[in-house]
Design a protein around this ligand. Structure first.
Ligand code: NAI
Length: 767
């Protein structure tokens, strides 16, 4: 230890280590942990050690959950659920409130335990993680209280299986458990194998506040235990972790009817414009990629800096980098602690070495003893470098320069991920323009890594789907109001013979596909005979690809705004009513009249499906904005050829999406008749594209297509196959039972809920 006079000379910080005696005492009393099932701890079973990554010291022994343990936990949760959901919201709120209070009282204990098990600096666990945990339980106590008023007619989903990672162990637990139990679900949660201890301390808190048995169950273990939860009798899986495991979970849950939310990896852009406050942006880097040793899914790991200021920015960045203190997590002056485990440390070093061998320069980033790595960044990283696209998940950013705002956006969006983005510019116009163009679920303007229980968090693209936090997050733990006519109705199995029939001699009166606003002969040149006897085009994989290409180009539609889109929908309704008698003869009067009404209904909604402005921290305006997905693939029911088609297409396009539609296989003629109406109604070409043919085969192509951002699939049979095929770009698939489209269940806000993804934009305001 240096003497006082030495400290005075060097002006180095002396050590200021947080007292860990209470935690050590607790660990001594609990050298081995069982699971927390039905309100009590089970006898510890076979398991593994959990260690302090800073020192390598074993902290405790954790049980490896077996399929039987998972089963017992799910059964306990199932038993407890009806009673828990049946409690008045106020009663549930009191438990969440008691949990929040108790955690608040234990803040120091939990912070120290978290830092010891995970390696994160105590400054972060004490000032960021644990206060946010408390905030989550308070905020969601509020939602439990207000359930009846704010979510009328909604009900809990049932039992939620929740699997969380190791980067924010207790915080991720809070993000999962607080909304789930507030909504009346019960849970089986598995912490990550490196960091189970705060979850087990949380189980003790559940006991202490007298939470009814079975409402929260905690089963520890590794990926196998996680897979057992996915396979178990739960109603929903909520997962945060790697994209790879997210894909495996999507495949495993395909066709099971389990609800699924995935919060996966990221490679988030950190854009520094020419007019940015560079000092503030440098602090932003510290908070973004060097926070929590860079083990943050939404870290601004790709720094994109305007060429004009790059030199100045890098000089400031390197100066700041030199001041960061890497050291013992429990030291209050440590900025960068230990990586969670030697396996992760190796992974970071390997990826960094790969980036260097591909031509990048590494500044800083040297490995140190045990699990430490100094923070750093890679310069000269082009999109061809593996570090551009691979999540390093360590304290190493990449840095790339750009010349124009357009180039910044195209670089930012050159990623399969879409979790977060940070934008630095002193111009409100520039910053908000970029915020609107970037593909990300969360955007921070002149800020980084800000979180709040009221601000929905979650990704787009391969960063997953679903949101955590706020009103929008609550909806992921609720079923919507049930309508009496919502009873399942089978979608009749197609009977049309897909024989590639030809029109024979004379004038070819075969219907054409509708792609890019024009009639198109199918690629294979073949037709089939619909149930009505008409010859209809037999589309194939190539036609779907052409249709997606056309849909992708119709970007003007989203940019037009709700009011202009409403005008087009009204115009379609008007033209449809002009052709009413003619179409009523062919397709029945009732469906045509109902379709006209439905178009009016969604035209009304086009400029009224609003976002929210939520209250988070003072001095931030946090807007939660509904955005179109881009291109949605729609697979229509096989009956209701006209009304089923309009009931799905109208809400999707009202929200600004373009669509590729597979109409009723047996009777696609109604869809092509509607296309003629679209043509005379100012609907821009490419907004609606129609490819008829073998429904299941074409649906597979849509499900696998990277440029199809979401898929709606009507029908129960066949849902498993499309859900499985969607794992490629992890598009959200909404598969739903067929219904009576003439009833109120055939329209409503819930269709719009599936037509948008939420973007949370944080703006400094009034500071
Ligand atoms: P992981 O995705 O394997 O682990 C996350 C959680 O999933 C853990 O609780 C784990 O036990 C569980 N799990 C693993 N396999 C499973 C399966 N087949 N079914 C169900 N649950 C399963 O992440 P890992 O291996 O710890 O880290 C590897 C990389 O993943 C990191 O380097 C990072 O790039 C990324 N990652 C991203 C996170 C994020 O927040 N987006 C969090 C953790 C890791």
């Amino acid at each position: 230890m240096p003497t006082v006079s030495e400290i005075m000379q060097t002006m180095e910080y002396g050590p200021s280590v947080e007292d860990s005696s209470a935690v050590r005492h607790w660990l001594k009393a609990n050298p081995k942990f069982g699971h927390f099932i039905n309100g009590s701890f089970t006898k510890p079973g076979e398991g593994f050690d959990t260690s302090d990554p800073a020192t390598g010291t074993v902290l405790a022994r954790i049980s490896q959950g077996t399929a039987e343990d998972v089963d017992a936990a799910v059964k306990a949760a199932r038993r407890a659920q009806p009673k828990w959901a049946g409690l008045p919201g106020h009663e549930r709120a009191k438990y969440l409130y008691a949990i929040a209070r108790t955690i608040q009282k234990r803040e120091r204990f939990l912070s120290v335990l978290e830092s010891m098990d995970n390696g994160k600096p105590i400054r972060e666990s004490r000032d960021a993680d644990i206060p946010l945990v408390v905030r989550h339980f308070y905020h969601h106590a509020g939602w439990a209280e207000l359930m009846a008023d704010e979510f009328p007619g909604h009900s809990a989903i049932g039992v939620a299986g929740q699997i969380i990672p190791w980067n924010f162990p207790l915080l991720m637990l809070a993000w999962k458990i607080a909304p789930a139990i507030a909504a009346g679900n019960t849970v089986v949660l598995k912490p990550a194998e490196y960091t189970s201890l705060t979850a087990l301390a949380f189980a003790e808190i559940c006991q202490e506040v007298g939470l009814p048995k079975g409402v929260v169950n905690i089963v520890t273990g590794d990926g196998e235990t996680g897979a057992a939860i996915v396979a178990s009798d739960v109603d929903k899986i909520a997962f945060t972790g790697s994209t790879e495991v997210g894909r495996a979970i999507r495949a495993a849950t395909a066709g099971t009817g389990k609800r699924l939310t995935l919060e996966l990896g990221g490679k988030s852009p950190f854009i520094v414009m020419e007019d940015a406050d560079l000092d503030a942006a440098v602090e932003g880097v510290v908070d973004s990629i060097w926070f929590n040793q860079g083990q943050v899914c939404c870290a601004g790991s790709r720094i994109l800096v305007a060429e004009a200021v790059a030199e100045r920015f890098e000089a400031l960045l390197q100066r700041r980098l030199a001041t960061l203190r890497v050291g013992p997590p429990l030291d209050k002056s440590t900025d960068v602690g230990a990586i969670v485990d030697p396996v992760q440390k190796d992974r970071i070093l390997n990826l960094t070495a790969l980036a260097v061998s591909a031509g990048a320069d590494l500044i800083g980033g040297a490995p140190r003893e045990t699990c430490f790595i100094a923070p750093g960044y890679l310069r000269q990283v082009s999109p061809a470098n593996p570090a551009w696209s691979e999540e390093i998940f360590g304290p190493i950013a990449t840095l790339t320069t750009f010349r124009t705002a357009d180039e910044a956006i195209s670089l930012a969006n050159n990623s399969r991920y879409g979790l977060a983005a940070q934008i630095w510019s002193e111009s409100a116009t520039v910053a908000t323009d970029l915020a609107a163009s970037v593909k990300a679920g969360v955007v921070w303007i002149n800020g980084a890594n800000m979180f709040d229980a009221a601000a929905p968090f979650g990704g787009m693209r391969e960063s997953g789907y679903g949101r955590e936090g706020g009103r929008v997050g609550m909806l992921d733990y609720l079923n919507g109001p049930k309508l009496p006519e919502a009873k399942e109705k089978a979608s009749p199995t197609p009977k049309a013979v897909l024989d590639g029939a030809s029109a024979g001699g004379g004038i070819d009166r075969t219907e054409k596909l509708y792609i890019g606003g024009a009639q198109k002969r199918p690629d294979g040149g073949a037709s089939y005979r619909a149930a009505s006897g008409d010859l209809v085009p037999l589309g194939n994989r190539k036609d779907i690809r052409n249709a997606v290409e056309a849909a992708k180009k119709a970007t003007k539609w989203a940019a037009m705004g709700g009011h202009a889109r409403a005008q087009v929908l009204y115009f379609i309704a008007e033209n449809l009513s002009q052709r009413r008698d003619d179409l009523a003869k062919k397709h029945g009067a009732k469906p045509v009249d109902a379709a006209i009404e439905r178009l009016f209904y969604y035209a009304a909604w086009a400029d009224k499906y609003d976002g929210l402005n939520v209250q988070t921290k003072p001095n931030y305006l946090v807007n939660v904005i509904p955005e179109a997905f881009g291109t949605i693939g729609i697979v229509c029911p096989n009956d209701a050829p006209l009304l089923g088609f309009i009931s799905l297409v109208a809400p999707a396009i009202a929200m600004g999406n373009t669509v590729v539609v597979i109409p009723a296989q047996d009777d696609p003629v109604a869809a092509f008749d509607l296309a003629q109406v679209f043509d005379t109604s100012d609907l821009p070409g490419g907004v609606v594209n129609i490819v008829s043919g073998p429904k299941d085969e074409l649906a597979q192509v849509l499900a696998q297509h990277d440029d199809v951002a979401a898929l709606w699939f009507c029908g129960v049979e066949g849902a498993a196959a499309v859900e499985k095929a969607s794992t490629g770009n992890l598009k959200p698939v909404w598969s739903f039972a067929n219904r009576d489209w003439s009833k109120p269940v055939g329209q409503g806000r819930s269709y719009l809920d599936h037509a948008v993804q939420w973007k949370t934009v944080w703006l400094p305001y009034g500071a």
